[in-house]
Design a protein around this ligand. Structure first.
Ligand SMILES: Cc1cc2nc3c(=O)[nH]c(=O)nc-3n(C[C@H](O)[C@H](O)[C@H](O)COP(=O)(O)OP(=O)(O)OC[C@H]3O[C@@H](n4cnc5c(N)ncnc54)[C@H](O)[C@@H]3O)c2cc1C
Length: 100
Protein backbone atom coordinates (compact mmCIF):
# COMPACT_ATOMS: atom_id res chain seq x y z
CA UNK A 1 0.00 0.00 0.00
CA UNK A 2 1.40 3.40 -0.99
CA UNK A 3 0.33 6.86 0.12
CA UNK A 4 2.60 8.24 -2.60
CA UNK A 5 1.44 9.09 -6.07
CA UNK A 6 3.31 7.58 -8.98
CA UNK A 7 5.86 9.55 -10.98
CA UNK A 8 3.76 10.92 -13.85
CA UNK A 9 3.02 14.17 -15.67
CA UNK A 10 -0.36 14.46 -13.95
CA UNK A 11 1.10 14.11 -10.51
CA UNK A 12 3.94 16.51 -11.29
CA UNK A 13 1.39 19.16 -12.33
CA UNK A 14 -1.37 18.42 -9.84
CA UNK A 15 -3.08 21.55 -8.59
CA UNK A 16 -5.92 20.19 -6.49
CA UNK A 17 -4.83 17.48 -4.09
CA UNK A 18 -7.58 15.63 -2.26
CA UNK A 19 -7.38 13.55 0.89
CA UNK A 20 -9.81 10.96 2.06
CA UNK A 21 -9.98 9.27 5.45
CA UNK A 22 -8.80 5.74 6.08
CA UNK A 23 -11.73 3.44 6.81
CA UNK A 24 -11.42 2.66 10.51
CA UNK A 25 -14.96 1.68 11.47
CA UNK A 26 -17.92 -0.32 10.28
CA UNK A 27 -20.05 1.50 7.75
CA UNK A 28 -23.26 0.58 5.99
CA UNK A 29 -23.65 1.40 2.28
CA UNK A 30 -25.57 0.01 -0.68
CA UNK A 31 -22.52 -0.59 -2.88
CA UNK A 32 -18.82 -0.96 -2.10
CA UNK A 33 -16.39 -0.36 -4.96
CA UNK A 34 -12.87 -1.73 -4.73
CA UNK A 35 -10.43 0.59 -6.49
CA UNK A 36 -10.47 4.34 -7.10
CA UNK A 37 -9.43 4.59 -10.73
CA UNK A 38 -11.56 5.78 -13.66
CA UNK A 39 -13.74 2.70 -13.39
CA UNK A 40 -14.40 2.90 -9.68
CA UNK A 41 -14.84 6.65 -9.47
CA UNK A 42 -17.08 6.87 -12.56
CA UNK A 43 -19.22 4.05 -11.19
CA UNK A 44 -19.43 5.74 -7.81
CA UNK A 45 -20.51 9.06 -9.34
CA UNK A 46 -23.13 7.32 -11.49
CA UNK A 47 -24.56 5.46 -8.48
CA UNK A 48 -24.44 8.49 -6.16
CA UNK A 49 -26.32 10.57 -8.72
CA UNK A 50 -29.07 7.95 -8.55
CA UNK A 51 -29.23 8.31 -4.76
CA UNK A 52 -27.41 5.06 -4.06
CA UNK A 53 -25.09 5.17 -1.05
CA UNK A 54 -21.66 4.10 -2.21
CA UNK A 55 -18.15 3.79 -0.75
CA UNK A 56 -14.87 3.43 -2.65
CA UNK A 57 -12.14 1.40 -1.00
CA UNK A 58 -8.79 2.40 -2.50
CA UNK A 59 -5.63 0.68 -1.27
CA UNK A 60 -3.34 3.55 -2.23
CA UNK A 61 -4.61 6.90 -3.45
CA UNK A 62 -7.36 7.88 -5.87
CA UNK A 63 -5.95 7.45 -9.42
CA UNK A 64 -2.88 5.63 -8.11
CA UNK A 65 -3.10 2.88 -10.76
CA UNK A 66 -3.34 3.07 -14.55
CA UNK A 67 -5.62 6.10 -14.26
CA UNK A 68 -2.81 8.26 -12.88
CA UNK A 69 -0.26 7.03 -15.39
CA UNK A 70 -1.92 6.99 -18.79
CA UNK A 71 -1.10 8.98 -21.90
CA UNK A 72 -4.33 10.97 -21.85
CA UNK A 73 -5.29 10.03 -25.39
CA UNK A 74 -9.04 10.15 -25.88
CA UNK A 75 -10.05 7.41 -28.27
CA UNK A 76 -13.13 5.31 -28.66
CA UNK A 77 -11.13 2.23 -29.49
CA UNK A 78 -7.66 0.78 -29.57
CA UNK A 79 -8.89 -1.56 -32.30
CA UNK A 80 -8.49 0.81 -35.21
CA UNK A 81 -10.50 3.40 -37.12
CA UNK A 82 -13.26 1.04 -38.31
CA UNK A 83 -14.03 -0.11 -34.78
CA UNK A 84 -13.97 3.45 -33.53
CA UNK A 85 -16.32 4.64 -36.27
CA UNK A 86 -18.73 1.82 -35.45
CA UNK A 87 -18.63 2.64 -31.77
CA UNK A 88 -19.17 6.36 -32.44
CA UNK A 89 -22.16 5.61 -34.67
CA UNK A 90 -23.65 3.40 -31.98
CA UNK A 91 -23.14 6.07 -29.33
CA UNK A 92 -24.29 9.25 -31.04
CA UNK A 93 -26.00 8.09 -34.23
CA UNK A 94 -24.81 7.81 -37.82
CA UNK A 95 -25.51 11.38 -38.88
CA UNK A 96 -23.73 13.01 -35.93
CA UNK A 97 -20.90 10.46 -35.94
CA UNK A 98 -20.11 10.97 -39.61
CA UNK A 99 -20.17 14.75 -39.14
CA UNK A 100 -17.51 14.59 -36.37
C1 LIG B 1 1.09 3.66 -19.22
C2 LIG B 1 -0.39 3.66 -19.60
C3 LIG B 1 -0.82 4.49 -20.61
C4 LIG B 1 -2.18 4.50 -20.95
N1 LIG B 1 -2.61 5.38 -21.92
C5 LIG B 1 -3.93 5.49 -22.16
C6 LIG B 1 -4.42 6.49 -23.06
O1 LIG B 1 -3.66 7.27 -23.62
N2 LIG B 1 -5.74 6.54 -23.30
C7 LIG B 1 -6.62 5.70 -22.67
O2 LIG B 1 -7.82 5.82 -22.92
N3 LIG B 1 -6.19 4.75 -21.80
C8 LIG B 1 -4.88 4.65 -21.53
N4 LIG B 1 -4.44 3.71 -20.64
C9 LIG B 1 -5.42 2.82 -20.05
C10 LIG B 1 -6.19 3.49 -18.91
O3 LIG B 1 -5.35 4.31 -18.13
C11 LIG B 1 -6.82 2.39 -18.07
O4 LIG B 1 -7.63 1.57 -18.89
C12 LIG B 1 -7.68 2.94 -16.97
O5 LIG B 1 -7.02 3.93 -16.21
C13 LIG B 1 -8.10 1.78 -16.07
O6 LIG B 1 -8.84 2.33 -15.01
P1 LIG B 1 -9.29 1.39 -13.86
O7 LIG B 1 -10.10 2.23 -12.91
O8 LIG B 1 -9.98 0.20 -14.41
O9 LIG B 1 -7.96 0.85 -13.19
P2 LIG B 1 -6.88 1.64 -12.31
O10 LIG B 1 -6.78 3.09 -12.65
O11 LIG B 1 -5.64 0.84 -12.35
O12 LIG B 1 -7.51 1.60 -10.86
C14 LIG B 1 -7.50 0.45 -10.05
C15 LIG B 1 -7.32 0.92 -8.61
O13 LIG B 1 -7.61 -0.18 -7.76
C16 LIG B 1 -6.75 -0.10 -6.65
N5 LIG B 1 -6.72 -1.45 -6.09
C17 LIG B 1 -6.22 -2.58 -6.65
N6 LIG B 1 -6.41 -3.62 -5.84
C18 LIG B 1 -7.07 -3.16 -4.75
C19 LIG B 1 -7.54 -3.76 -3.56
N7 LIG B 1 -7.40 -5.07 -3.33
N8 LIG B 1 -8.17 -2.97 -2.65
C20 LIG B 1 -8.33 -1.65 -2.87
N9 LIG B 1 -7.88 -1.03 -3.98
C21 LIG B 1 -7.26 -1.77 -4.91
C22 LIG B 1 -5.43 0.38 -7.22
O14 LIG B 1 -4.64 1.01 -6.23
C23 LIG B 1 -5.91 1.38 -8.28
O15 LIG B 1 -5.93 2.72 -7.81
C24 LIG B 1 -3.10 3.66 -20.28
C25 LIG B 1 -2.65 2.83 -19.24
C26 LIG B 1 -1.31 2.83 -18.90
C27 LIG B 1 -0.84 1.95 -17.75
Amino acid sequence: MSEQRCDSYYNATINDETHYPRLEEDIRVDVVIIGGGFTGVATAVELAEKGIKVAILEANKIAWGATGRNGGQVTGSLSGDAAMTKQRRNSIGTEAADYV
